[in-house]
Design a protein around this ligand. Structure first.
Ligand SMILES: Nc1ncnc2c1ncn2[C@@H]1O[C@H](COP(=O)(O)OP(=O)(O)O)[C@@H](O)[C@H]1O
Ligand SMILES: [Mg+2]
Length: 249
């Protein structure tokens, strides 16, 4: 019997991925992408925002706290993604959260000041999201924003406030975090990011014939039927490609 309920899906723009989650992320959801360094978290998040503009005409905001905006733009050109073009068209905005920390002047349009408190950060984020009517958001990464805020000691509170404002804005968001101790079942830096997220995707490597292969696992996705299986993916010259029928042993 057909269910009398419909979930509006946001297509990720990541090849092979949406069929793992019934066609896309539930609109307005917050998804945590967790994994070790180099596993592809930043690429995944930027691809989600960039393809949102390119394929679905949905403006997006990228908050970058680990790489300078200019480095991100340059790196993403390798995948054929011209971020600057969409910035000029007012469809994509990068918030530079790096320059002020390292004490460099920034020529960016959107810059996070140093020594912010969580309220200032969230108000700024809100303003930029509204300014371009963003539907998609990437915050890369949660540990880096937490370090920057005065309230790092109260990370739970920060996450709860962030979650509330994300839901309020209605944007579909990707938050990245690191998993320092994945082998022992710890999937996030603070052990609590996963509680505010309505979805959790885990990225990792696996050794196969003396080579490291990337895979992802969807640990949680509310309102979505998904398998709990490790799916291989690659970072190609067009960005991330997931293999939904591939096997990982
Ligand atoms: N142009 C490219 N083509 C293929 N792979 C790339 C390219 N650029 C980066 N990579 C791969 O992506 C990795 C970085 O991915 P990234 O998304 O920054 O990971 P994370 O954010 O999880 O640290 C690099 O270590 C490299 O293996
Ligand atoms: Mg990264």
């Amino acid at each position: 019997m057909a269910r009398d309920y419909h979930v509006d899906r946001v297509k990720s723009g990541i090849q092979g991925f949406d069929e793992l989650i019934e066609g896309g992320f539930p609109r307005g959801t917050t998804v945590l992408v967790t994994g070790p360094t180099g596993s592809g978290k930043t690429t995944f998040g930027v691809q989600f925002v960039y393809k949102g503009v390119e394929l679905y005409n949905e403006p997006g905001v990228i908050v970058t706290l680990e790489e300078r905006a200019q480095d991100l733009r340059r790196e993403m050109k390798a995948f054929g993604w011209d971020i600057e073009k969409y910035e000029e068209e007012g469809k994509l905005a990068i918030i530079d959260g790096v320059s002020s920390v390292v004490g460099l002047p920034s020529e960016e349009k959107f810059v996070l000041e140093n020594n912010l408190n969580v309220g200032d950060f969230l108000r700024y984020l809100y303003r930029v999201v509204k300014a371009i009517n963003a539907q998609r958001l990437l915050i890369d990464s949660i540990p880096s924003i937490a370090f920057r805020l005065k309230e790092e000691q109260n990370i739970r509170n920060v996450l709860l406030q962030l979650n509330t404002i994300l839901l309020e804005m209605g944007v579909t968001s990707i938050l990245t975090t690191e998993a320092p101790d994945l082998a022992h079942g710890k999937i996030s830096r603070y052990g609590m990011e996963e509680y505010i997220a309505r979805g959790v995707i885990l990225f990792d490597f696996m050794e196969r014939n003396v080579e490291l292969k990337r895979y992802l696992l969807i640990r949680k996705m509310r309102e979505t039927k998904h398998q709990m299986k490790k799916f291989p993916f690659e970072i190609t010259e067009e960005g991330i490609v997931v293999y939904p029928s591939g096997e990982v042993y």
